[in-house]
Design a binder for this molecule. Sequence first.
Ligand SMILES: Nc1ncnc2c1ncn2[C@@H]1O[C@H](COP(=O)(O)OP(=O)(O)OP(=O)(O)O)[C@@H](O)[C@H]1O
Length: 317
Amino acid sequence: MGAVTLEHITKTYDKGTVLAVDDVSFSVEPGELFGLIGPDGAGKTSIFRILTTLLLADSGRATVDGHDVQQGYRAIRSSVGYMPGKFSLYQDLTVEENLNFFAALFETTVAANYALIKDIYEQIEPFKTRRAGKLSGGMKQKLALCCALIHKPTVLFLDEPTTGVDVVSRKEFWAMLKRLKQQGITILVSTPYMDEATLCERIALIQGGKILSIDTPSNVITAYPRKLYAVKSDAIHQLLNDLRACQFVYGSYAFGEYVHVTFQQNLPENEAALRRYLTEKGHTGLEVKAISPTIEDCFIDLMTSAQPSQAHGTVVR
Ligand SMILES: Nc1ncnc2c1ncn2[C@@H]1O[C@H](COP(=O)(O)OP(=O)(O)OP(=O)(O)O)[C@@H](O)[C@H]1O
């Protein structure tokens, strides 16, 4: 049995008018580092709250560590670690006091489980007498992770742990997760950052409460069904408009300094035809090159397959 299983979980809010989680099923294997990847409002927090027994699903069944989220909620609460998306520690308590508090809550001590948090705690130890509210984003995140780990959980739920954290701290954080995984902890992590997807062993891409794909990041990329091009010209806004109006273009969206473009059909003559079309439209400084898709491109393709009207979206990085 998976360390975490969801079968047809559905969750609505506001008397059924807001569908937050739509018939979601997946399982996470013991010891796996599994990512739930999707934009704001996709349903990630709702799923985490259901799995950590803080929220009841409308329908479906879910288990964590073999315990049903409804009948076995006590067992789940004592065996999982949860780091919510919003900073949830006591701002007025010091680093040390927060840690001791969470240890006491689980009837253990910091000393008893120090080995598990040592690597992470050593980085914030110089600030152990500082109030949590006065820590930087990266340090708050490390303290929250220590508190989530202090009772040696078997499954760790991390809801958007790197949101609002600087790039260096994000990198360090993922390195910490890898080390935790090596200790046999199952980790379910959510993130809106598509580039973090490749750091997970398997990912579920989620949008509008629905799972679009579940696989390893490399399989998700291999399954990308189209040839993808990066296009640039001196007039990027005009370029977006012209691509949108082009009959043989399927999708186009801004991606950094380029526009990513796919075609209605994967034909060898597409590239030359696009160059001709854009030159006739008066574009200068034109660059058209075939590229490999990223997870973000895969996400956009899966999303537009579900809703073709969104083929010409705008992604700003
Ligand atoms: N308590 C609530 N009442 C009404 N609607 C809610 C509530 N909580 C979440 N929602 C709605 O449910 C949908 C899914 O929200 P959820 O927080 O689960 O997504 P998320 O992927 O975690 O996004 P975010 O990072 O923005 O929290 C959104 O449309 C959200 O507005």
